[in-house]
Design a protein around this ligand. Structure first.
Ligand code: ADQ
Length: 742
């Protein structure tokens, strides 16, 4: 791509993560920069390379002077396509060790008692997210796809939107998203959710995390989801599940590398035991290391036949060593290993071989492939790639067993493993024995199934899948954007209004002319609105109808003096100002049916705190706007199901609307009422129809195609031709029409 041609969209993928995928070290005054070989870096390498992409993040060191800074930036940019964000020692302490790792990490892993809530750390978190935002603004070009990673940068997506960035933004969370009961502890929960909703696509490892996130968005921000999609302003945000994979090929092929074979021989020579049990983790409290050690101790007690015959190799890579919690954990593990080894060791046999360090790739592969059983028992883990790496190393021979914690994200995919509760010592001890006793045929069957999946949905497919979904969502967004009634389109509308001799204006009330209120009685029209409506109605070329779900009394009292025509109860009652009386369009409406259904709705109200039944002349409505949202939705489904059978064969219909379930005679709706006014003239030469909810869709469905039909508030699935953002915009549009005089 010609980089100077700004008119062409770039389609670069710009990856943003806390750390850059490089290690920077100083060697005799020179900078030595080497690429990291982590899963993420590998998975994204093709986008990074093929799209001429960029990776934005902290390099891990601060340059000592401007010369070093320049040299570092040049090398990072030219050799690694990386753009550094520098963090001061203070920022690092407060944002990284502080808010990221003492607040979000423990909370999201359900360690609520470890979470601290420090305002200064929150401020630093915001500031560093802002630093990332500013850095991105320096380089972003139209068409760039931004992919933000992990819990360190949850505010970044919305910060970019606040800067009017219109690029596609994806966010992937590598750790669990906790349930609402846990997430709500966070004092800054709303800001975090809003920050995340700046993205177009938010990815999680498992369906549970996705579900938790959507539930928090509903219960904390009050925003409902449909098929995992949430409306945020004029954008559609999708939350979905993308279980991260590994470079499976690399692991399965590595088993036969000469350097790995020689490592394996050395290992077997040294250990001399029959079987090897292996665990590999970062030393973190979420990984359940002390619990695992206790379970191993119980295993040795319960299954003495395995003493002298097995070695448990426990490989821990040092992590966040500056955080006190991690130092305490390290001490606890050291003591436990000492105690268990002291208790069971015999001359020539040590039960636990504890290695507290990072090991090179060939050594890791040798350990994986020589291990007869992998013990992966985190208390919580977003995914856990170790389990997948172990399986990939055994995919060819099938001679391995995996004990896997049910609270690791990987368990959602690896159901053929021996699944355990990581807090149940007895269960883990038995699982170890079960895994060691498995026959080769049993092992092969389980491994072949799991490794097939790991090979298919590998890290490359994962990354590709995410970007494909992001592009798709973005495509929908671009289509919808063209439907917003912008200033130009409003100009076209005004021209057509000016030329027209017979104009019909159909307006919903709540949510269209006034914003929705918690209590319906609070949505009274202000005097200016009444004045505006009577002004428009005063033009003899205009017919104005308010089509509402409210009852007659309310509409007469509130809107009567404006002189407009009215429709109450979603089309049951009609009022023409000229006739000055309410009348019913549908003949033969009966009321007797209500006494059969009222008790059922009443029963649902009793069982659902905050809900109530409203009786209209020809309808019964169960309202649950103030009920706890998830319970309300659940009960609404139950009620719909219950009513469905009872209503078959009657002339009634049940409709589920915005926080209401309504039973009313079939054939009465806003669309039918609109048709009455549509039929009054042979040819209306200007029709405007505006509404904000599902009941207004009946109007959009019956108006002629060239109608200025407008859904207020963005909703992806509507029959209206256009969108407007809010009642404020609607009023300003109506004002501009009222100003047009002959
Ligand atoms: P982590 O918590 O780091 O990742 P994990 O997924 O297991 O956890 O990845 C650890 C990686 O480090 C593996 O690739 C492993 O091989 C390597 N490793 C561990 N110990 C090592 C050692 N001693 N020597 C060498 N290498 C070692 C976070 C989330 C996870 C999620 C990943 C990816 O916490 O839940 O799976 O991101 O999204």
């Amino acid at each position: 791509m010609d980089k100077n041609d700004k008119s062409k969209p770039s389609n670069r993928v710009i990856i943003v993560s806390n750390r850059l995928p490089v290690s920077v070290a100083r060697n005799n005054g020179n900078l030595n920069i080497t690429p990291s070989v982590g899963g993420l870096a590998t998975g994204l390498s093709s986008f990074h390379r093929d799209s001429n992409g960029l990776w934005v993040g902290w390099p891990g060191v601060d340059p000592v002077n401007s010369e070093e800074k320049k040299a570092m930036e040049n090398t990072l940019r030219n050799d690694f396509s990386c753009l550094p964000v520098y963090l001061s020692a203070y920022d690092l302490k407060k944002y990284y060790y502080g808010f990221s790792n003492r607040t979000l990490w423990p909370l999201f892993h359900y360690f609520t008692t470890y979470s601290t809530y420090e305002k200064s750390e929150w401020k630093a978190y915001r500031k560093v997210n802002q630093l990332f935002c500013s850095r991105l603004l320096e380089v972003l070009e139209p068409g760039d796809i931004v992919w933000v990673h992990d819990y360190h940068l949850l505010l970044l997506p919305d910060m970019l939107r606040q800067e009017n960035v219109d690029n596609a933004i994806g966010l992937f969370l590598h750790i669990p998203f906790p349930s609402m009961e846990i997430f709500r502890y966070l004092p800054w929960r709303e800001e975090i959710l809003r920050g995340m909703l700046g993205a177009d696509l938010i990815g999680f490892h498992t369906y549970d995390y996705t579900r938790h996130f959507l539930s928090c968005v509903l219960r904390i921000l009050g925003r409902e989801q449909e098929y995992g999609q949430v409306v945020a302003g004029n954008r559609l945000v999708k939350a979905d599940t993308f279980p991260m994979g590994i470079d499976a090929r690399k692991y399965s092929d590595a088993v036969n590398l000469p350097s790995v074979i020689s490592e394996k021989e050395t290992l077997r020579d040294k250990l001399k035991t029959e079987k090897i049990i292996l665990s590999v983790d970062r030393l973190d409290f979420s990984k359940g290391i002390p619990e695992r050690l206790r379970a191993f101790e119980l295993f040795l007690e319960k299954y003495p036949k395995w003493r002298n015959k097995i070695t448990f190799i426990m490989l821990c890579v040092p992590s966040r060593t500056k955080v006190e919690q991690y130092q305490l954990l390290k001490r606890e593990i050291d003591e436990l290993v000492g105690r268990i080894n002291g208790r069971f060791a015999r001359p020539g046999w040590l039960p636990i071989l504890y290695m507290y360090r990072s090991v090179p790739f060939n050594e890791l592969i040798a350990l994986y492939s020589e291990a007869d059983l992998a013990l992966v028992t985190p208390l919580r883990d977003g995914m856990n790639l170790v389990a997948k790496e172990y399986l990939a190393c055994h995919s060819k021979m099938g001679n391995g067993a995996l004990v896997l914690s049910e609270t690791a994200g990987a368990a959602a995919e690896l159901g053929e493993a021996i699944i355990v509760n990581p807090n149940d010592m007895e269960m883990i001890a038995d699982a170890i024995a079960q895994g060691l006793d498995m026959t080769l045929t049993e092992k092969k069957a389980a491994i072949s199934f799991m490794s097939r999946r790991i090979e298919k949905y590998d890290i490359f497919r994962w990354a590709e899948d995410f970007i494909e979904h992001l592009s798709h969502i973005r495509g929908l967004h671009d289509l919808n954007k063209q439907r917003f009634l912008n200033k130009d389109l409003q100009g076209v509308m005004r021209d057509s209004y000016k030329k027209a001799e017979k104009r019909l204006i159909l307006l919903d009330y709540d949510g269209t002319l006034v914003s929705l209120k918690k209590k319906p009685e609070l949505a009274k029209p202000p005097a200016e609105l009444l004045h505006l409506l009577s002004n428009i109605k005063g033009d003899p070329k205009n017919t104005v109808v308010i089509i509402s779900g409210r009852d007659r009394e309310c509409l007469s009292e509130w809107m009567g003096e404006s002189g407009v025509d009215l429709v109450a109860e979603h089309g049951t009652w009609l009022f023409e100002a000229d006739l000055d009386k309410w009348w019913i369009k549908e003949e033969g409406l009966a009321e007797e049916w209500k006494k059969n259904f009222y008790p059922i709705l009443e029963m649902f109200s009793e069982r659902t705190p905050g809900s109530f039944v409203e009786e209209k002349t020809y309808a019964l409505v169960w309202h649950y706007r103030k009920a706890e949202p998830e319970l309300g939705d659940h009960r609404a489904k139950e009620l719909m199901d219950a009513l469905h059978d009872m209503l078959s064969g009657t002339a009634l219909q049940v409709l589920r609307g915005s926080k209401v379930v309504e039973i009313k005679p079939a054939g009465v709706n806003k669309g039918k009422a609109a048709m009455y006014w549509l039929g009054k003239e042979k040819k209306w030469d200007f029709i405007l129809a505006m509404g904000d909810d599902w009941t207004d869709e009946d109007i959009f469905a019956v108006v002629p195609e060239n109608t200025w039909s407008i859904r207020v508030g963005f909703k992806p699935y509507t029959k209206a031709n256009y969108f407007m953002e809010s009642p404020v915009e609607v009023i300003s549009l109506l004002r501009s029409l009222a100003d047009i005089k002959d």
